[in-house]
Design a protein around this ligand. Structure first.
Ligand code: CTP
Ligand code: MG
Length: 185
């Protein structure tokens, strides 16, 4: 149980950090350049910026690099054997797809939120909590199906789906109170 939870969080850390980093460092030029579609609504909205995408990807990858480095010294944490991102060139690809995929999933769902007529920041339960997980999984699966299947086992996937909304809730409430998030979701 503890082992599954720790492994799940460890594997997902490079995908979790980008959203918080985007909220802290984001802003400036929106990715859609302010453009609207035929429905008169923004393509993505002001909540998706180049700076957020870049800073988020970099922060997720920096944490991934720290994790890879940690595992060259110690293969366990709190006595639990950790899943590994593998050898170096491939491990870099994995932490990139986890970080960038996470922000891509979030961006993809913002596109649909705008099509549904939801304004920037309007809540869309379940989607807001899990869109980035599916983005990270999809890109990582495409990059390395073998590593994905070997590490994201059924129990790990279930653990991620349960833990992520809880972590998301806690970090967003913190983000709201320290003033980097406009809404607590
Ligand atoms: N952010 C950013 N660039 C991104 C993703 C996020 O700058 N690619 C920043 C924005 O300041 C955004 C904040 O992080 O407001 C929180 O992200 P999120 O909750 O995903 O955006 P929302 O403002 O809620 O917009 P949306 O309704 O499109 O989800
Ligand atoms: Mg939001």
């Amino acid at each position: 149980m503890i082992e599954t939870v720790l492994s799940a969080v460890w594997l997902m850390l490079p995908a979790y950090i980008p959203n918080s980093a985007a909220a802290v460092f984001g802003g400036g030029m929106p990715i859609d350049g302010g453009r609207t579609l035929g429905d008169g609504r923004r393509i993505l909205g002001d909540g998706k910026t180049y700076r957020g995408l870049l800073a988020g990807t970099i922060c997720g990858m920096l944490l991934g690099l720290l994790q890879i480095y940690y595992q060259t010294i110690n293969s366990t944490i709190f006595g639990v054997k950790l899943p590994s991102f593998g050898e170096l060139p491939g491990a870099l690809v994995l932490i990139f797809t986890l970080a960038f995929g996470s922000l891509s999933g979030d961006m993809f769902m913002s596109f649909f939120k705008r099509r549904l007529g939801l304004k920037r920041g309007a809540p869309l339960p379940v989607v807001d909590q899990l869109d980035f997980v599916f983005g990270a999984w999809l890109l990582t699966y495409i990059a390395s199906p073998v590593w994905f299947a070997g590490n994201f086992t059924c129990s790990i996937i279930i653990a991620v789906l349960i833990i992520t909304p809880l972590l998301h809730f806690v970090t967003n409430v913190i983000g709201y109170f320290i003033g980097v998030k406009n809404e607590p979701w």
